[in-house]
Design a protein around this ligand. Structure first.
Ligand SMILES: Cc1ncc(C[n+]2csc(CCOP(=O)(O)OP(=O)(O)O)c2C)c(N)n1
Ligand SMILES: [Mg+2]
Length: 309
């Protein structure tokens, strides 16, 4: 049963809209459909970063279906918002969202990580025009996003820079150098999103030098901070909206997420940073995802979403 509560927001064009529960359900459907494409690809190709991809699905579906300003027919439209995937190993999740949005074809996912494919294991801007920055060496994306945001301000362009980082990635020193610069230049056109899933490659964050108190660190560096459950689509969209309303300082969203979200045996498991999806495991994942998809099937229709033209 869907409640008829709706939330009033403004979109990237400044137009008011009503975030209805039907619209949220439609986005939930898109997220589950994206998860199915991710696990299908992992099974077909035999490898890929499962946990990091599944962790960020709601953050990216919300960005690409509701938030970012871009031209679907021209990836290099000069006035587009810039999305930088700093955690470049989450490539499969990113490609699956591009496919869901119709920016690449779904069947291209079958070429993931193969020789000559545009869909490299770490996102590569030389191959795929939607990729703003080649990443994979962690820690670099935010510096680039700061540069984009400074350039936009100097050219008086109304474009925003969005950068998605991993929590483990925030152990890199240059993330904090970028954070300092962003505050100095009052980059209110910059949004950093941290996929806080409490796991990094093969270990939990606790065994590493502590990042806590994480939100207070960003605040001390001059940022506006928002903490949310990153799988709650309404919270995500409200956070994107709040970031746009925040003036004179950059915003960071700390999204408390679950690595491997949506596949029970992967959730919160360090070993599912990568891992091999066997036939049996693929079946289990599909059963779980298909059950949720069938519950949401009445919201599959585009009419519940936004008209993207
Ligand atoms: C500079 C650098 N050091 C180490 C690695 C190896 N590496 C790849 S993924 C990863 C873990 C990243 O964890 P996190 O940032 O939390 O992202 P998550 O996988 O949880 O989404 C590491 C250490 C790398 N890619 N780049
Ligand atoms: Mg992590």
């Amino acid at each position: 049963m869907v409640s008829d509560l709706s939330v009033l927001l403004t979109d990237r064009q400044g137009q008011p809209y009503s975030l209805t529960s039907e619209r949220i359900k439609h986005l939930e459907y898109l997220c589950e459909s994206t998860r199915r494409d991710i696990v299908d690809t992992l099974y077909k190709i035999g490898r890929g970063h499962a946990g990091p991809s599944l962790s960020m699905v709601e953050l990216l579906i919300s960005l690409y279906f509701e938030e970012l300003r871009f031209d679907p027919s021209d990836p290099k439209w000069p006035d587009r918002d810039r999305f930088i995937l700093s955690k470049g190993h989450g490539s499969l999740g990113y490609y699956a969202v591009l496919a869901q949005r119709g920016l690449i074809e779904k069947r291209e996912l079958d070429t993931f990580e193969s020789l000559g494919s545009r869909l490299q294991g770490h996102v590569d801007s030389n191959w795929l025009p939607w990729v703003e920055l080649t990443t994979g060496s962690l820690g670099q994306g935010l510096s680039y996003a700061v540069g984009v945001a400074i350039a936009a301000k100097r050219q008086a362009k109304d474009l925003r820079a969005y950068c998605l980082l991993g929590d483990g990635e925030c152990q890199e020193g240059n993330v904090w150098e970028a954070a300092m610069s962003a505050a100095k230049y009052r980059l209110d056109n910059l949004l950093a999103i941290v996929d806080w899933n409490n796991l990094q490659g093969g270990v939990t964050l606790e065994v590493m030098p502590s990042l806590e108190p994480f939100a207070l660190k960003w605040q001390a560096f001059g940022w506006h901070t928002i903490e949310i459950n990153g799988h709650d689509l309404q919270a995500v969209l409200q956070a994107y909206h709040q970031a746009r309303q925040t003036k004179e300082k950059p915003t960071v969203i700390i999204a408390r997420n679950i690595k491997g979200k949506g596949v029970s045996y992967m959730e919160n498991k360090v070993e599912w940073h990568g891992g091999t999806v066997t036939k049996e495991l693929h079946q289990i994942a599909l059963e779980e995802i298909n059950a949720r998809l069938s519950e949401l099937s009445q919201y599959a229709d585009e009419k519940y979403g936004r008209n993207h033209g």
